[in-house]
Write a new protein. Structure first.
Length: 178
């Protein structure tokens, strides 16, 4: 289903929250998750309208996609799949003799392994949601870094997301950074 563009040609119909929700619902299998990704990107973008390629996280700089993944990870903490994953990781570590005898150290290692697995699958989910938002015309994505035009997708490039002014206005202006 084609969406209206955010160009001046479509400016006669004001973009508002119901229209954003409609666009997301038409392109996304997980519209609630995709809306959360859009909201986080818009908040990061602020008045500049640009999020990434790096986000300041304490003393470190984190790629925007990893930051989004980490920000959304707590939503799955009580998910039955996450609980089952924790038990799978604990069993797998015990089977290969990597689970420490100290319960605190064992819990720490299991939590670390679970976080790494959740981050890997979460980054795929974030990328999928961003692609849906691009397809809906709600954000644009480009890459910045070494060898931007590299044939290999890695190429040390990092995503940058831009949020058009009409979308930022519909989401409540340029929200403050989280």
């Amino acid at each position: 289903m084609p969406h209206e563009t955010l160009s001046p040609a479509g400016a006669d119909r004001a973009l508002d929250m119901p229209r954003i929700l409609e666009r997301v619902a038409t392109v996304s299998a997980r519209p609630r998750y995709t809306m959360l990704v859009l909201d986080l990107i818009a908040r990061l973008a602020g008045e500049r309208g640009k999020a990434g390629p790096w986000i300041q996280e304490g003393e470190a700089l984190v790629p925007v996609r990893e930051w989004l993944c980490d920000a959304l990870a707590p939503m799955a903490a009580r998910n039955p799949k996450r609980i089952a994953l924790t038990e799978q990781v604990r069993t797998a570590l015990a089977a290969v003799g990597r689970l420490p005898d100290d319960p605190d150290k064992a819990a720490e290692l299991v939590d670390f392994e679970v976080r790494e697995r959740v981050r890997a699958s979460g980054m795929t989910a974030v990328s999928r949601a961003v692609t849906e938002l691009v397809n809906a015309g709600l954000i644009a994505r480009y890459y910045q870094g070494y060898r931007v035009d590299h044939e290999n997708r890695g190429g040390q490039r990092h995503a940058v997301y831009t949020v058009p002014p009409a979308v930022r206005a519909a989401l409540g202006g340029a929200p403050a950074l989280l």
